[in-house]
Design a protein around this ligand. Structure first.
Ligand code: FES
Length: 355
């Protein structure tokens, strides 16, 4: 059964199926309400019901307390309508940025490449369709045989006429549902289903000052899309990519960024190893991304920074940036949480966050 959901204060009405979450209905209709984990644990999508009844779904007690339920709050990513609704949501509008509606896609895996230790690049060719997205956004890949999906950032450059192929970077995580599927089952030629685009970790092109891209491990994926987008749009300011991995076994796409650096004097590629092995032939930077960053720069005022990687790496980089006078409005982050983080993280769990 379909219900009408009116979103205030913008007064837009969307249709929502009784089996569909309110968040899903909003995103598919181009209404960009805040969201992060999309699984009822981070509370980013908490909103108030002004009129009507909902099924709260699997909202965690950390993210939505009992007294909040009594006061009419719901998590839009888990709540499903039981009547027509009026909700009050913090709809996000950003000058000059238009988000694309979320859609479902099917595709074929056309290439699987083991590009580093326990790291795969997957190329998916979309069937009879194209995906429109902004550099930095992610998709939700459905895991066959389960009711679940997993979020993976798109590493390909977004094309003006839409992309018929997308690249994902996937790291094997012990016990991880998504990476278990990708490493143990998925083969070239297999069909996959996914939905997207999601997320607000997006590249802002209308900016002339220096840009820092800080990536840890496969946190490189959305950053790669941003850099390719920046270069293809002819951005001329200084851009610095710091990519942190443990050893050379974990480093990938070095050739891609070295070539960009050769062809674009304003782009600087700074890979760094935090656990160099005796056999590593390496005369580059050593240490964690935040340590290398602090050795290269002391002041960051006027910059914008995009940080993507495991939560401790992101937090350490934010501290260094803030010490160097760069503050929240110019720092964009995406935290890559593992399965273990999801289980242990309680209200902290999320995929995308904006500080
Ligand atoms: S709780 Fe809804 S997006 Fe995280």
């Amino acid at each position: 059964m379909k219900y009408k959901v009116r979103i205030e204060p913008i007064g837009v009405e969307v249709s929502c199926d009784g089996n569909q979450t309110i968040l899903d209905a909003c995103l598919r209709n181009g209404v960009w309400v805040p969201h992060a984990c999309t699984h009822g644990t981070c509370a980013t999508c908490k909103s108030r019901i002004i009129e009507g009844e909902v099924d709260f779904g699997l909202a965690s007690n950390f993210a939505l307390m009992d007294f909040e339920r009594e006061e009419g709050y719901v998590l839009l990513c888990t709540a499903k309508p039981r009547t027509n609704l009026v909700i009050e949501a913090d709809v996000e509008v950003e000058e000059g940025i238009e988000f694309y509606p979320v859609k479902d896609f099917t595709g074929k895996v056309v290439e699987i490449l083991d590009c580093a230790r326990d790291t795969r690049k997957i190329q998916i060719e979309i069937e009879n369709d194209k995906i429109f997205y902004l550099a930095g956004q992610y998709i939700q890949l459905y895991i066959p045989g389960t009711e679940q999906n997993r979020a993976y950032s798109i590493a390909s450059r977004p094309l003006k006429d839409g992309n018929s192929t997308i690249e994902l970077h996937i790291k094997r995580v012990p016990g991880g549902l998504g990476s278990g599927y990708v490493f143990e089952e998925l083969k070239e030629g297999d069909k996959v289903r996914f939905a997207g685009p999601f997320g607000r970790f997006i590249f802002r092109k209308n900016f002339d000052n220096p840009i820092l891209f800080l990536a840890g491990g496969t946190g490189l994926a959305p950053i790669k899309a941003m850099i390719l987008d920046a270069i293809s749009n002819g951005l001329k300011q200084e851009m610095y990519l710091f990519h942190g991995v443990r050893s050379t076994r974990d480093l990938y796409d070095k050739d891609v960024f070295e070539e960009i650096e050769r062809e674009n004097p304003n782009f600087h590629y700074i890979p760094a190893l935090s656990e160099k092995l005796p056999e590593d032939e390496w005369d580059g930077e050593l240490g964690f991304v935040h340590e290398v960053l602090e050795r290269k720069f002391q002041k960051f005022s006027g910059f914008k920074a995009y940080i993507s990687g495991p939560p401790p790496m992101v937090d350490a980089c934010i501290k260094v940036l803030m010490r160097g006078r760069l503050f929240a409005e110019d720092i964009y982050t995406e935290k890559f949480f593992t399965e273990k983080d999801r289980i242990e993280g309680g209200s902290k769990v999320g995929i995308i966050s904006r500080i």
